[in-house]
Design a protein around this ligand. Structure first.
Ligand SMILES: *Cc1c(COP(=O)(O)O)cnc(C)c1O
Length: 390
């Protein structure tokens, strides 16, 4: 069969699910609940900025949803990651293990700490870091000295491991925790894409010592821009709040600060939006699960293309649907993306792998054959919850 016909079958499968003629974006926010009411409340009361009841409520709502002891709302997910890494003890001269298959914010947050990202490979089943390959890599390049892990080649301490849950699919977080424990690494979770996702009943972002969420406009729920730090350690939670609110010492009238903090607090307006969005999360996930079911059905009839499926034990938020082209698929990623986008479907490739970006090309890394292969095979499909309403 010729390439055009094969690409056409993929387009037809998407069209049969999406049932729309107009341009269909990859992911659109849905503001169909009490957003306007809560925002008007902020305006009516004058509480629009860095203090207000919605920030507290949003944090309590996140704690109830995730089961984390403490959630601290911040300006965006990247800032949340930066705070997590600081509280994990990451500082200048350290290395941090990061998947090469991630959004650039994961690596940037490491760089903001004055540390160096050290890229590791992923596995096909979850698209997350592969614990076995990570273990083998550390055996080759690292050793434990006292309470730290040291890169024998660079001499730098490897302080932490950042696990990322790609498109809301939980990575092998228990496997990664075991490797982290063995090598004295602090496990931090980039759960920016995984609000509502669970592994064996436990919410993504609550396995590591600290976890980061994002509420950017493209995520499953949005605060316009926003993020949160999750932790089960009350002291780390207190520190996260303190550091993200300029390290101000509580006082009735004095401006006193006891260390160098950040102004990373989420404004009340954004938190109000978030409270209304969280009320809709169960419904959003249900419709997105239905959309994923329809994609799964449509793609069983397309040879050489498989929808990424949750592994057993995972509850997935179905934030973004992804298909994998067979390794030997005769139509390359570019041709499929061209055909889908020409037909009005906002399909997207994986992010350019971190070690391929100019600013990170010289960073330490393992060999990355699985991530390289995945980059040539993974395509995200339009995934707004609204598409399941039809
Ligand atoms: C969105 C995202 C972030 C960053 O979140 P922002 O709120 O956009 O700063 C970090 N990591 C991953 C994997 C993301 O998808």
């Amino acid at each position: 069969m010729n390439r055009e016909l094969l690409a056409g079958r993929i387009v037809d499968a998407v069209r049969s699910v999406v049932r729309s003629q107009g341009p269909v974006p990859l992911h659109a926010p849905e503001l169909a609940g009490r957003e306007r009411e809560y925002l008007n409340d902020c305006i009516d009361t004058g509480w629009v900025s860095s203090v207000g009841a919605y920030v507290d409520r949003f944090e309590r709502d996140l704690e109830a949803l995730t089961g984390a002891t403490r959630a601290v709302a911040v300006v965006n997910g990247t800032a949340a990651l930066e705070v997590c890494l600081r509280l994990a003890g990451v500082g200048p001269g350290d290395e941090v293990l990061v998947p090469t298959l991630t959004f650039v914010a994961t690596a940037n947050a490491v760089t903001y700490r004055g540390a160096t990202p050290h890229f590791v490979d992923s596995e096909t089943a979850t698209l997350g870091v592969d614990p076995e390959r990570l273990q083998a890599h550390l055996e080759r390049i690292a050793e434990v000295r006292g309470a730290s892990c040291v890169n024998r080649a660079t001499g730098a301490p490897i302080r932490a491991l950042v696990a990322m849950h790609v498109f809301g699919h939980p990575c092998d977080i228990e496997g990664l925790q075991a490797v982290a424990d063995r090598w004295r690494l602090t496990l931090v979770e980039d759960a920016a894409e995984a609000l509502g996702s669970r592994w064996r009943g436990r919410h993504a972002g609550t396995f590591g010592r600290l976890g980061a969420l994002s509420f950017n406009g493209n995520k499953i729920v949005t605060t316009g821009g926003g993020g949160a730090v999750l932790t089960d350690d009350p002291e780390l939670g207190r520190r996260a709040k303190h550091l993200t609110t300029t390290a101000k010492v509580p006082h009735a009238w004095a401006f006193d600060h006891d260390e160098i903090g950040w102004n990373y607090r989420m404004p009340n307006l954004n938190a109000a939006l978030g409270c209304a969005q969280l009320e809709q999360l169960p419904g959003l996930i249900a419709r997105k699960a239905e959309l994923a079911r329809r994609y799964g059905e449509a793609f069983t009839r397309v040879e050489g293309v498989t929808l990424l499926q949750p592994r057993s034990g995972a509850e997935v938020n179905h934030w973004l649907n992804a298909v994998l082209l067979d390794e030997a698929h005769p139509v390359g990623r570019e041709a499929v993306l061209d055909a889908l986008n020409a037909a009005g479907f906002g399909a997207r490739p994986l992010w350019t792998l971190m070690h391929r970006l100019p600013m990170y090309a010289a960073c330490p890394r393992d060999e990355l054959p699985v991530a390289e292969a995945l980059a040539a095979r993974v395509i995200n499909l339009p995934s707004s919850a609204a598409l399941a309403a039809a």
